[in-house]
Design a protein around this ligand. Structure first.
Ligand SMILES: [Zn+2]
Ligand SMILES: [Zn+2]
Length: 194
């Protein structure tokens, strides 16, 4: 049976136009590891409820997003569908200034918040002319990273592996979009066991 990664757009701004490029990147990485996977994009934008927005911090609350997605997609949850919400938002969790994403492996739900991955927010001269490619690449990495968590992977000590932990956008840039050999093996195993 094929498993499915379902990418759900949470905002239109700076997300929707690029989504086919992420899908292609993500499918490319995964299909080189396992034949048991499809990557699809949810055809509508799923707006997050303002009850998940913390007005004092002007950020979304990570666990609230996970609960919301888990509730909306509860009927899809049969263990073979992984739902990853992606939005041009900023989010945090307790004790952290921000998160690039979060995952709830037991529910097969994750999200990626892309606002801090936007090259426009940082030194523009360095990124002149490659803003689009860099943004798509960063978002692809973070989606693949959260998917790794959904499949039971922890953070990897190989700094080039997409499962290495990134505390800043510079660390996102210094890792590759690919799973290292050890993480790839775990992913292939996880899919073949499903
Ligand atoms: Zn992580
Ligand atoms: Zn690894």
């Amino acid at each position: 049976m094929k498993n499915k990664v379902l990418i759900v757009p949470l905002t239109r701004c700076f997300v929707f136009d690029f989504i086919e490029d992420w899908r292609r990147n993500i499918y490319g990485v995964l299909s080189s590891i396992t034949p048991y996977i499809d990557v699809e994009v949810w055809p509508e934008i799923l707006k997050l409820p303002m009850s998940c927005f913390d007005w004092s911090r002007k950020q979304y609350v990570g666990p609230c997003i996970l609960d919301y997605l888990a509730n909306i997609f509860r009927d899809l949850r049969d263990g073979s569908v992984f739902v990853i919400g992606v939005g041009y938002i900023d989010a945090y969790d307790e004790g952290l200034n921000f998160v690039f994403g979060e995952a709830s492996p037991s529910r097969g739900i994750a999200f990626v918040s892309t606002q801090r991955l936007d090259p426009a927010l940082y030194s523009t001269s360095k990124y002149a002319g490659k803003r689009y490619d860099l943004y798509v690449e960063r978002v692809s990495k973070e989606i693949l990273h959260e998917l790794g968590h959904l499949l039971g992977l922890r953070h990897c000590s190989n700094p080039k592996c997409v499962m290495s932990f990134s505390n800043s956008v510079f660390e996102v840039d210094s890792k590759t979009m690919y799973y290292c050999e050890r993480c790839s093996t775990k992913i292939a195993e996880a899919f073949s066991l499903m």
